[in-house]
Design a protein around this ligand. Structure first.
Ligand SMILES: Nc1nc2c(ncn2[C@@H]2O[C@H](COP(=O)(O)OP(=O)(O)OP(=O)(O)O)[C@@H](O)[C@H]2O)c(=O)[nH]1
Ligand SMILES: [Mg+2]
Length: 329
């Protein structure tokens, strides 16, 4: 039955709280099927409305537990929350509440929370190709907040900062002292720093070191000053403070115009990536054969220079496809 629904009908059902329709939409963007474009168009009207929070940090630092606590706090405000866990190395075990939510979601009873794991499928960095589109699905079907959890390894922090309105970087005492954090580049991408597992030794010192490292950056007036929040996510401690900082950052994004700047940069990257992917596709297959292969062979054989070969390829890609591919024409 679902199969027969049009993209617009599926989006309408998802907006009405049909969790299966939401799941189906995410699968469609993950699979990049033939309806991807129609689905995207149907989502556009609402897709810019949600707040996108990125949560990143080392494996086991408490991202899922913190997400669960944030979900609970946001639910208490009546917000609908969508969660994307990209390539989680451990499942959501964030307390009874989230367990209940997941079960309720299975039964399509609570349309207020939707949780989905996504594989990163070897994509460079921590995000999958489809993560931005999955965010658009959740935003576009009416979730007020979309949380993206991703393990902080290498490029992942930069990726998540490019996708989120607000990026939260979690460290734990002993795992991420200030210098380590600075080396890993996380101070640049964090809008809010969290020292989770503050019930453990060294939390105060880690927070102090992080604040010191942040001060070295000395922002100009009107700049956002990255706060450091201590939490014990497993007990829900510090979550209200974290939420307050997230709200404050949201206010700053709106007041400073940086929110618009970030969204425009995000859209620019997406359009550029789609255009480049299309160009690459056409380069590989021009006039039904690979002009690139022919040109490459010529350059390799020394019979032409790579500049003129590139010129010819660009000119060919820029031309509308010829109709000479079918034998009848
Ligand atoms: N002591 C203590 N343990 C915590 C705290 N927060 C989370 N944990 C525990 O740390 C472990 C890992 O928590 P997760 O929330 O799964 O961590 P994660 O960052 O999502 O892990 P990955 O997704 O595997 O990278 C779990 O056993 C949690 O119960 C905390 O504040 N204090
Ligand atoms: Mg996790």
């Amino acid at each position: 039955v679902t199969q027969a629904r049009t993209a617009a009908e599926l989006v309408a059902a998802a907006r009405d709280g049909d969790a299966r329709a939401v799941a189906r939409l995410i699968s469609e963007v993950e699979d990049a099927g033939p309806r991807l474009r129609a689905v995207t168009v149907a989502l556009m009207a609402e897709a810019g409305r949600a707040r996108v929070l990125g949560l990143t940090g080392a494996p086991g630092v408490g991202k899922s537990t913190s997400t669960a606590a944030l979900v609970a706090a946001l639910r208490a405000r009546g917000h609908r929350v969508g969660v994307l866990a990209v390539d989680p190395s451990s499942p959501f075990t964030g307390g009874a509440l989230l367990g209940d939510r997941v079960r309720m979601q299975d039964h399509a009873l609570d349309s207020g929370v939707f949780i989905r794991s996504m594989a990163s499928r070897g994509h460079l960095g921590g995000l999958s190709r489809a993560t931005p589109q999955a965010v658009r699905v959740l935003a576009g079907v009416g979730f007020d907040t979309v949380v993206v959890e991703t393990v902080g390894v290498g490029q992942a922090e930069v990726d998540i900062a490019g996708l989120a309105d607000t990026t939260v970087v979690l460290v734990a005492p002993g795992m991420g002292d200030g210098i380590q954090a600075a080396k890993a580049g996380i101070l640049e991408v964090a809008d809010v720093l969290v020292v989770n597992k503050a019930d453990r030794d060294g939390a105060t010192q880690t927070a102090r070191e992080l604040r010191q490292m942040l001060r070295l950056g000395s922002p100009s007036p009107g700049d956002w000053r990255v706060p450091v929040v201590a939490t014990v996510a497993s007990r829900g401690e510090g979550i209200d403070e974290l939420l307050a900082e997230l709200d404050r950052h949201g206010d700053w994004l709106a007041a400073s115009g940086q929110g618009e700047v970030r969204r425009a940069a995000r859209a620019r990257r997406e359009v550029e990536a789609l255009a480049l992917a299309r160009l690459r596709e056409r380069m590989r297959d021009i006039h039904g054969e690979s002009l690139l292969d022919t040109l490459a062979a010529d350059v390799a054989a020394g019979s032409r220079d790579p500049f003129s070969a590139a010129d010819e390829l660009v000119a060919a890609v820029g031309q509308p496809p010829t109709e000479g591919r079918s034998p009848c024409s």
